[in-house]
Ligand binder design. Sequence first.
Ligand SMILES: *[C@@H]1O[C@H](CO)[C@@H](O)[C@H](O)[C@H]1NC(C)=O
Ligand SMILES: *[C@@H]1O[C@H](CO)[C@@H](O)[C@H](O)[C@H]1NC(C)=O
Ligand SMILES: *[C@@H]1O[C@H](CO)[C@@H](O)[C@H](O)[C@H]1NC(C)=O
Ligand SMILES: *[C@@H]1O[C@H](CO)[C@@H](O)[C@H](O)[C@H]1NC(C)=O
Ligand SMILES: *[C@@H]1O[C@H](CO)[C@@H](O)[C@H](O)[C@H]1NC(C)=O
Ligand SMILES: *[C@@H]1O[C@H](CO)[C@@H](O)[C@H](O)[C@H]1NC(C)=O
Ligand SMILES: *[C@@H]1O[C@H](CO)[C@@H](O)[C@H](O)[C@H]1NC(C)=O
Ligand SMILES: *[C@@H]1O[C@H](CO)[C@@H](O)[C@H](O)[C@H]1NC(C)=O
Ligand SMILES: *[C@@H]1O[C@H](CO)[C@@H](O)[C@H](O)[C@H]1NC(C)=O
Ligand SMILES: *[C@@H]1O[C@H](CO)[C@@H](O)[C@H](O)[C@H]1NC(C)=O
Ligand SMILES: *[C@@H]1O[C@H](CO)[C@@H](O)[C@H](O)[C@H]1NC(C)=O
Length: 762
Amino acid sequence: MGRLSLAYAVVIHALLAVAIKQQNVPLAFRQPESKAVDYVDTLIGNGGDSPNGSGGMIPSTAPPFAMTRWVAQTDVNYVSVTPYNSTRRTISGFQGTHQPAIWMGESGQVVVVPGTGHVRVGFVERAMAFSKEEEVHTPSYYSVKLEQAEGGSIFAEQSASSRVGHLRFTFTDTTQPYVLLEATRASVMGSDDPTNVTYPSGTLTIDPAGREICGSNPERQDFIIGPNSAQGFAGYFCARFDQPFAAFGTVQNGTVRVSERTRNGTLLAGYAAFGNSTDIVDVRVGVSFISVDQARRNIEREAPDGTTLEETARRTRAAWAEKLDRICVEGANGEGLTTFYTAVFHTLQYPYEQSEDGHYYSGYDDEVHEGESYTGYSIWDIFRAEWAWLILLAPERLPGMVRSMLQDYTEGGWLPMWKNIVETNIMVGTHADSLIAEALVKNVSGFDSALAYEAVRKDATVPPANDNTTVYADRQENVGYEVRAGLSSVYEQRGWVANDIHSEAGSRTLDYAYDDYAVSIAAALLRHPADASFFRNRSAVAPFSIYNNVTGFMEARDADGRFAGEDEGWTEGDKWIYSFDVVQDIDALVTARGGLAAFVRTLDAHFDGGHNDHTNEPSHHIPYLYAIAGAASQGQARIRSIAQANYNSSLNGLSGNEDCGQMSAWFVFSSLGFYPVNPVSGEYVVGSPFFDKITVDLPGAARPLTISAPRASRAPYVKSLKIDGRNVEEPFISHWDIADGGDLVFEMSDKPQRWASGTIAA
Ligand SMILES: *[C@@H]1O[C@H](CO)[C@@H](O)[C@H](O)[C@H]1NC(C)=O
Ligand SMILES: *[C@@H]1O[C@H](CO)[C@@H](O)[C@H](O)[C@H]1NC(C)=O
Ligand SMILES: *[C@@H]1O[C@H](CO)[C@@H](O)[C@H](O)[C@H]1NC(C)=O
Ligand SMILES: *[C@@H]1O[C@H](CO)[C@@H](O)[C@H](O)[C@H]1NC(C)=O
Ligand SMILES: *[C@@H]1O[C@H](CO)[C@@H](O)[C@H](O)[C@H]1NC(C)=O
Ligand SMILES: *[C@@H]1O[C@H](CO)[C@@H](O)[C@H](O)[C@H]1NC(C)=O
Ligand SMILES: *[C@@H]1O[C@H](CO)[C@@H](O)[C@H](O)[C@H]1NC(C)=O
Ligand SMILES: *[C@@H]1O[C@H](CO)[C@@H](O)[C@H](O)[C@H]1NC(C)=O
Ligand SMILES: *[C@@H]1O[C@H](CO)[C@@H](O)[C@H](O)[C@H]1NC(C)=O
Ligand SMILES: *[C@@H]1O[C@H](CO)[C@@H](O)[C@H](O)[C@H]1NC(C)=O
Ligand SMILES: *[C@@H]1O[C@H](CO)[C@@H](O)[C@H](O)[C@H]1NC(C)=O
């Protein structure tokens, strides 16, 4: 096949796939009606030929920000492996997962496995073939037909509320139906060596009269990293069946004990078998981080007895519709809408609910507290645009999400960096400073701002333990809170983190400088003027302490001041990318790099040389720097080609890890035509809106936010912009121009325009 016909074949296949997908969803599971939710394809981002080249997304069913997401399990998941891989042709159960991203570990999961005949427990032994064509996957409902080795099949259907997985199994031409609950398994420690496993020890109790199988699983794959042991952590579950048990038993390490009601230990599961005439089994699995009793209460609250699968699915679909229907897109084809709405869907999953019924388990002090709590904070990623997007589309969540971080501070001593149940020390910088400053700037209320300031100030002033001797390498084991490693060695005195003492020192220097700026913004708002000027000053000095004016690039330095080499000290980027990483002071960066024209040439060299790497976050803001430097039209072309190359409606439609919504937040903001380059500035930089018109009904806003850009799909260049009738000449939009709704009118062109392009207009 020639290239062109291959391209057509790919497109036609994709269109057919969307059509077939819609057709297969039973009407009952398309209620309430929502075109926006229908466009979501939960498989996008599951492809990619390596863990780094994949979105790491899974076709899970769960409401927005759900505590537990349920997914058909094809793989034993661990750091670098997700539970579902679309290349597989067997399913080994349905997992209630808490793995928030492909590079993070699972914790406290439970797996439900239907079967027939003799009870099979091992992951391979229990695997069932399924037909890919008949698989149905939506945000609120998933179904699949599982072939049985002895003949016959099980039609498995799945939905979920935040804390209850709801499954229904229909047995056809089978005998001896059963359902197994897996409490504990062998836990693979990491991708380096899949034979390196630990054996978490859980509990299991079977109550045949109550038709329940309950238990707990303390597995937490990230326990080896991070400062908090979360000794008492477990995922609890309580599975309640609608059918009487004909038989039941426990299984441990392959040994079946018929009629045993309780057992603790490793490799532990329990099953309920049903009469041969039973053809439908409905099971609701309450999950909890607090206790089995709480798991049971979560069933009472979210899916009490008598709740049908249809009802659970309808509520979850309604929760998605409540968000997605707020956005109306004109001028996109089906694939464009699928890409767009799936991106929005991806931005509304994290951070996720960790509290239940007004209480939460804290792994920081191993106690249950009153309050609202969230986990799954990939802050080094989400501070860029995901947080700004949540402030716009999910403002009702923001106070709780900020309070949750402050609780972590109170209970654990520090704000989170990457919280996966507890701190994991993943990535660098204390960008919670940015989340809090941005919340203050954007008038998020409902948290203790004095406490918040105390917490960010501590980040900026207190170094971690053994700061001069511990490297704090990526995923270093047995170390305390990493926070601003290197703060005390040189950073506080001369501006840089020493590359010969700390890992990723170049990235740290630039990230700490940004965080200082965020702290200065918070200080100014909360009336600490001396702090505001101190941190602002430090944030201005630090970045340029590693600018090598001979090479024209940022370059990490050793403690003695010597430059460490241009490839040293970067994380998820290189000298090209990080040399654009001074979002709080682009003017100074432009000056350092030779003025506007020279700066635009470095941007050109960066992109034309293939140095931009959109699969990782440090590149995300770079195309928007063109506009700031007076070369908006060039940036607009770059933004369009980045969107084209890195996002689409196929399985591989995310070029890099989703990272808890940041990849998709870039796409969503870029679609709207602006992006928060410096999130704590309260300002967005104008790019190139993708669609003819987008209307967003922002929660609580007085009127809709309307962005009209006729012919945008074929005309990427901005000729003019009006906000509420006012001509905008500079490529900036204030948060307050849009937060309460607004009317943005772009005039678009298929040729580069002079608008905000003074540097290159010549
Ligand atoms: C899914 O499996 C295929 C085949 O083994 C593998 O190449 C791919 O990397 C896997 N996907 C992910 C995201 O790990
Ligand atoms: C993949 O990503 C991980 C985590 O971000 C990183 O440690 C690793 O070096 C990357 N591998 C490759 C081949 O890029
Ligand atoms: C197993 O993996 C853990 C976590 O990465 C590591 O600390 C440990 O050394 C590994 N054990 C072996 C025997 O490789
Ligand atoms: C499981 O059983 C096998 C053999 O019966 C034994 O070698 C192994 O140690 C057991 N594993 C655990 C985790 O109990
Ligand atoms: C299992 O452990 C729980 C608490 O962890 C305890 O209450 C129970 O008695 C144990 N059951 C068995 C059979 O050892
Ligand atoms: C169910 O059917 C199987 C296979 O026909 C048979 O062996 C088994 O005894 C039946 N079970 C009951 C409880 O009747
Ligand atoms: C900020 O919030 C307060 C109260 O929550 C309100 O009075 C004030 O008008 C808000 N400011 C803006 C700019 O919206
Ligand atoms: C690290 O060394 C510097 C001097 O280079 C000193 O001022 C600082 O107190 C030391 N920090 C710690 C945590 O020991
Ligand atoms: C800013 O930092 C520089 C260099 O560290 C110092 O000389 C200057 O006094 C500082 N200014 C303020 C206002 O702190
Ligand atoms: C280059 O940087 C060095 C310090 O690293 C400084 O002494 C020198 O003045 C700078 N040169 C220019 C032209 O800015
Ligand atoms: C979809 O995007 C991925 C990058 O995420 C790319 O590799 C793939 O070629 C694109 N597919 C199509 C059909 O455009």
